[in-house]
Design a binder for this molecule. Structure first.
Ligand SMILES: [Zn+2]
Length: 257
């Protein structure tokens, strides 16, 4: 069987590069950073645009006709998604980390902005779902919204790692989740501004086609006042980390993507 992946990847990558290079939305986000006005809203817009371009390019290039037996085999899905989504991760987390650095500077925080790891588990889940479907027709939706959703989750990963870092450094950060588009009741319930330690566990979760945003600006935080509150915070934080660990385990059990 001929290996279709190299030629397929080449056309996906060149179309992706051309579309991102010419994107007015990406230029707008980059411009906001250049003029020191960028926030996580710009990062979110940037991520959605990158995700939409990739989903579109994947959808145009990968069809039942080009796939052997009209099926998405594991080794095809694995190579294509790992390469393209790693690039998404680099672009989006790179931009987000630059914006975080700007926000840190504006808040007079001399803290290095943190970069999250590539979420390999989530990509593996997507690859498995794609390659285990009976036909590509049944699975092609996975190359649409889940790609955009994944791209947005990179922004959340940057926020999460930086806000954890700030909380550990003794700051009192707050997070804001806002609704976007036609928000469902679940999203309406989650929207709001929370202190780090009181944020709901689902704050970063998104259902299909959800475009809600999570924002973080260290300027909105306050310094922890005294040793007593500091101790109380540390206890709350330990509990929070314990809860997050069990949630992650549960997620893995269900093989959720
Ligand atoms: Zn939503």
């Amino acid at each position: 069987m001929d290996d279709i992946v190299p030629a397929l990847l080449e056309s996906i990558q060149s179309q992706f590069d051309e579309r991102t290079y010419n994107s007015a939305k990406l230029k707008k986000s980059l411009q906001a950073l250049k003029s020191n006005k960028a926030t996580y809203i710009d990062v979110n817009d940037f991520a959605i645009e990158i995700g939409e371009i990739l989903a579109d390019v994947l959808g145009t290039n990968i069809t039942a006709e080009v796939l052997p037996d009209g099926k998405m085999y594991f080794n095809i899905a694995d190579r294509i998604l790992n390469l393209t989504l790693k690039k998404n991760h680099e672009l989006i987390s790179g931009f987000a980390v630059d914006v975080q650095k700007l926000l840190n500077d504006e808040a007079n925080l001399h803290l290095k902005s943190q970069t999250p790891e590539f979420n390999q588990d989530r990509v593996d889940g997507l690859v498995n779902k794609l390659s285990s479907a009976n036909s590509f027709e049944d699975a092609k939706w996975l190359l649409d919204d889940p790609i955009i959703n994944f791209s947005q989750s990179i922004v959340d990963d940057v926020i999460a790692i930086n806000i954890d870092f700030h909380a550990n450094a003794g700051l009192e950060p707050t997070l804001t989740r806002k609704m976007r588009g036609d928000a469902c009741n679940w999203c309406k319930n989650l929207a709001g501004t929370y202190e780090y330690y009181d944020a709901p566990d689902d704050i970063y979760r998104r259902h299909e086609r959800c475009r809600c945003t999570v924002e973080y600006d260290p300027k909105d935080g306050r310094r922890v006042q005294n040793a007593h509150t500091k101790k109380w915070r540390e206890q709350k934080q330990k509990e929070k980390i314990a809860v997050r660990k069990t949630l992650n385990l549960r997620k893995r059990d269900k093989n959720e993507s």
